[in-house]
Design a protein around this ligand. Structure first.
Ligand code: HDE
Length: 703
C-alpha cells in the first residue's frame, strides 16, 4: 500500500506540495529546470500572483480530494479548456511567415497607392498558405488548391490580397460557395473523406455545375500537388481596379511568381508524402526560412483598360476566366521575401484574419460577383472565429500605421479611448479623428444597362473554351497526369451516372481527353455530352499555363538525399556534397542508423535521417553511395529498396556508385539519363534540376 506520508512519494516528477517552504526557495533555481539556463521570471497566475507549486493541486490531505479553493488549478484548467477557436470553414490548414514586399517599378501612372508607387519601399507582409478542404490538423499534401493570402501592412492601412495558386475559381457567383464547399468537405453522414475531392458529393456537384470545368482542369493538374509552398504561383483571381489621383481607373490582375520556378510532385509521390511527413510543406517552409534560404516571389500585374476588356473574347469579371499572358503581358513590379517564421503559431498564423475588403486608397474592387460576395464573407467569418468586433486589435491583424475612429467598446476592447467624444460631427474636443480628402474613394462606375434581378450575365455563359485552352496548352506528360488524375478521382466515385456525366462534360473540353478518361474508367461507350450554352472555341495555346515549361533550370533551394551505410566511400560523398551545395541545394545524409555510418576511411558520418523514417519522397533527387557489402545488405531491406524504386518511379535523378548497383537492381531501377554514375556530379546536377518525364511510361500506365 502506498505510504500516506508525502515525503515518501519518491516517484513524483517534482517535489511534493508539503515541501512548500523548500519550493518557495526553489524558484527559478529548481534543478529540474536548470538545462534552460538564464534568469527565469517567476511563474504567476493571470492576475500576477506568483505560483509556488506548479506540480501539485491543493488537496485536503495528501491522498484526499482536491479543493475547489485551488484558484491556480482552476484558472490553468479553465484557460486550457478554451484554448481553441473555431477553425476556418475553409483553408483551415495553413502555414505562414513574415516578410516584406519591395516595389521595384512604380505604378504611379495608374494609382495613388503608396505601396505601388514608392520604388524601393519595403512594406511588411504576413503571408499564409493553406489547403482548402481539410481540417486544421489534416496533412499538407492532398490534391487541393492552395490558398495564397498576403496581408500588406502599408502606411495607408492594411491591404489583404487573398488569393489562390490557381487563377480561376469553381463558381461564378458567391451564392454557390457554401454548396461547392459542402460538396468537397467530408460527406455529412459518414464524415469522410478528409481533405480530398475524390468522392461522390464533390463530383456530383461538379457534374451539375459546368462553369467549374475550367477550374477542374487546373485542380486535376499537378498545380494541386505542389512540391513546396516556395514553388507555387499565386493569383489575386479577380480583376481589381487601380485608381489615379483623378479617379481614372485601370483594371489589374495580380500575380505572384516563385523565384525558384514552379515545381510539383507526381501523384504517387504526393500520396506517399502524406505518410512520410504530415507536415511536409510546413516543415519545408520553416527549414528554408531558418536556414536563411528565404522564399521569394515576383509580384506582377496585368493592366488593361475597360475598352481593351470589352474586346476580350470572354468576360474578365467572370472568375472562371483568366487573361492569357499572351493577350495581356505580365509586368513585374516588385518582390516579396519571407524571412521570419512566426514566434507563435496560434497568436499569428491562427489568429490572422484576412479579408479581401481590406483595401487601400488607389486600389478598388471590380464587379466580379464572386469578389462582391467575398467582401461580405470574410469579416463575418472573423466575427465568429475570433469572437467579436475588436479582432483588428490582435497584434497580427492591427495596422502598423496609426488608426483611429469612433467605434467603441465590444468584446475584448484592448484600447482605452480618452475623452467625452465618441461621435461625429462634434465640437467638444479638438483631437477627434475626422475624414480626410486623402481617404479611400470608390471608383464612380456607371451602372450597367438592364434591370435588377437574380441574373447571370450572358457573357458568363461559355464554360468550356478556357478549360480547353488550359488542357491544350499543357505538355504531353502534364496532359497525361490530368487524364490520370481524373480517372483516379472518378474511380473513387461510387455513382455511375456522376462519373459518366463528368466524361460527358470532358467531351466539350477535348475529345481525346474524354476518351482517355472513359477508357481509364473502363466505360464501354462515351456518355453523351450535355448541351453547352455556348459552343467551345479554340484559343491560341498559352505555354505560360504549363508547369514543365516554366520550371527553372536551377537546383537552388532543393534537397538531395544521400543514402550511405558502413563502408561507403567518403570521397564520393564529399564530391557529391560539394557539387550539390555549390548548385545552391542542401544535402541530407540517410543511413540505416541515425548515429551514422562508419565510412570507408574509418570516419563516422552522422545521419540527418534514419532510413526507415526518411524515404526518398522527401528529396528532390538522391544519391546512393554504398560498399559492395552495403549494397548487398540493403538490397534485402524493404525501406532501402523502396527508397530507390520510388526515386525512380517519381522520375528523380539518381546517382549511384558500383556498390549501389545491387540495391538499384532490387529496386528495378532502369537505365536512362537520369540514372548516373556517382562520380559524374555534373550529369547528376543537370538531371536533378528537372524530372525525367520520358521515364514515366516505363514506370506506370497513365490514362
Ligand atoms: Fe475564401 N474564404 N471565399 N476564397 N479564402 C475564407 O475566411 C469565401 C475564394 C481564400 O489564410 C474564409 O478567414 C467566399 C476565392 C483564402 O486565412 C471565408 C467565397 C479565393 C482563404 C471565405 C470565397 C479565396 C480563404 C474562411 C466565394 C481565391 C484563407 C476563413 C464568394 C481568390 C485565408 C476565413 C487565410 C478563406 C469565404 C472564394 C481564397 C469563409 C464566400 C475565389 C486564401 O470567409
Amino acid at each position: 500500500m502506498a505510504s500516506r506520508k508525502p515525503a515518501a512519494n519518491k516517484t513524483a516528477a517534482r517535489p511534493t506540495a508539503s515541501k512548500s517552504a523548500a519550493a518557495d526557495k526553489r524558484g527559478s533555481g529548481d534543478e529540474l529546470h536548470q538545462s534552460a539556463g538564464g534568469a527565469h521570471p517567476p511563474l504567476t497566475t493571470n492576475q500576477g500572483i506568483p505560483v509556488s507549486d506548479n506540480q501539485n493541486s491543493l488537496r485536503a490531505t495528501p491522498r484526499g480530494p482536491t479543493l475547489l479553493e485551488d484558484f491556480v488549478l482552476r484558472e490553468k484548467i479553465t484557460h486550457f479548456d478554451h484554448e481553441r477557436i473555431p477553425e476556418r470553414i475553409v483553408h483551415a490548414r495553413g502555414s505562414a511567415a513574415h516578410g516584406y514586399f519591395e516595389l521595384t517599378r512604380s505604378l504611379q501612372k495608374y494609382t495613388t497607392a503608396k505601396l505601388l508607387t514608392e520604388v524601393g519601399k519595403r512594406t511588411p507582409v504576413f503571408t499564409r498558405f493553406s489547403t482548402v478542404a481539410g481540417g486544421a490538423g489534416s496533412v499538407d499534401t492532398p490534391r487541393d488548391v492552395r490558398g495564397f493570402a498576403v496581408k500588406f501592412y502599408t502606411s495607408e492601412g492594411n491591404w489583404d490580397l487573398v488569393g489562390n495558386n490557381i487563377p480561376v475559381f469553381f463558381i461564378q457567383d458567391a451564392i454557390k460557395f457554401p454548396d461547392v464547399v459542402h460538396s468537397v468537405k467530408m460527406e455529412p453522414d459518414r464524415a469522410f473523406p478528409q481533405a480530398g475531392s475524390a468522392h461522390d458529393t464533390f463530383w456530383d456537384f461538379i457534374s451539375l455545375t459546368p462553369e467549374a470545368m475550367h477550374m477542374i482542369m487546373w485542380a486535376m493538374s499537378d498545380r494541386t500537388i505542389p512540391r513546396s509552398l516556395r514553388t507555387i504561383e499565386g493569383f489575386g483571381v479577380h480583376s481589381f481596379r487601380l485608381l489615379d489621383a483623378k479617379g481614372n481607373s485601370t483594371f489589374v490582375k495580380f500575380h505572384w511568381r516563385p523565384k525558384l520556378g514552379i515545381q510539383s510532385t507526381v501523384w504517387d509521390e504526393a500520396v506517399k508524402l502524406q505518410a512520410a511527413d504530415n507536415d511536409f510543406h510546413r516543415r519545408d517552409l520553416f527549414e528554408a526560412i531558418e536556414s536563411g534560404g528565404f522564399p521569394e516571389w515576383e509580384f506582377a500585374v496585368q493592366l488593361f483598360t475597360e475598352k481593351e476588356a470589352d474586346k476580350f473574347p470572354f468576360d474578365h469579371l467572370d472568375p472562371t476566366k483568366l487573361i492569357p499572358e499572351e493577350l495581356v503581358p505580365l509586368t513585374v513590379i516588385g518582390r516579396m521575401v519571407l524571412d521570419r517564421w512566426p514566434d507563435n503559431f496560434f497568436a499569428e498564423t491562427e489568429q490572422v484574419a484576412f479579408c479581401p475588403a481590406n483595401i487601400v486608397p488607389g486600389i478598388d474592387f471590380s464587379n466580379d460577383p464572386l469578389l462582391q460576395g467575398r467582401l461580405f464573407s470574410y469579416l463575418d467569418t472573423q466575427l465568429s472565429r475570433l469572437g467579436g468586433p475588436n479582432f483588428h486589435q490582435i497584434p497580427i491583424n492591427a495596422p502598423k500605421c496609426p488608426f483611429a475612429n469612433l467605434q467603441r467598446d465590444g468584446h475584448m476592447q484592448m484600447q482605452v479611448p480618452k475623452g467625452r467624444v465618441n461621435y461625429e460631427p462634434s465640437s467638444l474636443q479638438a483631437d477627434t479623428p475626422r475624414e480626410t480628402p486623402a481617404g479611400f474613394r470608390s471608383h464612380a462606375t456607371p451602372p450597367d444597362d438592364g434591370a435588377k434581378g437574380r441574373i447571370r450575365a450572358e457573357s458568363f455563359a461559355d464554360h468550356y473554351t478556357q478549360a480547353r485552352l488550359f488542357f491544350r496548352s499543357q505538355t504531353r506528360p502534364e496532359q497525361a497526369h490530368m487524364a490520370s488524375s481524373l480517372v483516379f478521382e472518378l474511380s473513387k466515385v461510387g455513382t455511375p451516372h456522376v462519373r459518366e456525366a463528368i466524361v460527358g462534360h470532358l467531351r466539350h473540353v477535348d475529345a481525346g481527353l474524354a476518351q482517355r478518361v472513359a477508357d481509364g474508367l473502363g466505360l464501354d461507350a462515351l456518355p453523351p455530352a450535355p448541351p453547352a450554352a455556348v459552343a467551345p472555341k479554340d484559343m491560341k495555346p498559352s505555354p505560360a499555363l504549363q508547369i514543365i515549361g516554366k520550371m527553372k533550370d536551377t537546383l537552388q533551394g532543393r534537397c538531395v538525399g544521400i543514402l550511405v551505410d558502413d563502408g561507403s566511400d567518403a570521397t564520393t560523398i564529399k564530391a557529391l556534397r560539394k557539387a550539390v551545395e555549390s548548385a545552391g541545394a542542401t544535402v541530407k545524409i540517410v543511413a540505416p542508423k541515425l548515429g551514422g555510418a562508419k565510412l570507408g576511411d574509418g570516419r563516422k558520418l552522422p545521419a540527418d535521417g534514419q532510413l526507415a523514417g526518411t524515404p526518398s519522397v522527401v528529396f528532390d533527387a538522391v544519391a546512393i553511395v554504398l560498399s559492395d557489402a552495403g549494397g548487398k545488405a540493403l538490397a534485402k531491406e524493404a525501406a532501402a529498396v523502396d527508397f530507390v524504386r520510388d526515386a525512380y518511379g517519381h522520375l528523380k535523378a539518381i546517382a549511384a556508385d558500383a556498390g549501389a548497383q545491387a540495391l538499384l537492381k532490387a529496386g528495378n531501377v532502369g537505365k536512362d539519363k537520369g540514372v548516373v554514375d556517382a562520380s559524374d556530379t555534373k550529369a547528376f546536377i543537370a538531371a536533378a534540376k528537372t524530372r525525367q518525364w520520358d521515364r514515366e511510361p516505363k514506370v506506370r500506365t497513365l490514362a
